[in-house]
Write a protein that binds this ligand. Structure first.
Ligand code: HEM
Length: 71
């Protein structure tokens, strides 16, 4: 969450390891990544997050697949 608030310009600074280092060697596939995104969309829908905010968040997280997907 700290990371998400940082990436979206929030007040919280992300102090963890970078995404490439963290997920290296985990053999995460595009299907794994997409499954996470689908679950996230379900949460956003459940809490009725408006389309604009939803696509803004997904637009920030989506490109992270290049650092996270390695298989
Ligand atoms: C946008 C997508 C994702 C984001 C923003 C994200 C973010 C993070 C963050 C912030 C951490 C902790 C980093 C730290 O230790 O400092 C982490 C760890 C981890 N993530 Fe992700 N993640 C994403 C996708 C995924 C996916 C798709 C998988 C697997 C299906 C995954 C598996 C893991 C695992 C196993 C760890 C623990 C690694 C370890 O401690 O050695 N992540 N992730």
């Amino acid at each position: 969450m700290q990371q998400v608030t940082n990436a979206t310009g929030g007040p919280e600074k992300y102090t963890g390891r970078d995404m490439k280092t963290t997920h290296a060697g985990l053999k995460i596939t595009m299907a794994d990544f997409n499954a996470l995104v689908e679950d996230l969309v379900k949460s956003l829908d459940k809490f009725e997050v408006p389309a604009a905010e939803k696509s803004e968040l997904l637009g920030i997280l989506g490109p992270l697949n290049k650092d996270i997907v390695t298989a």
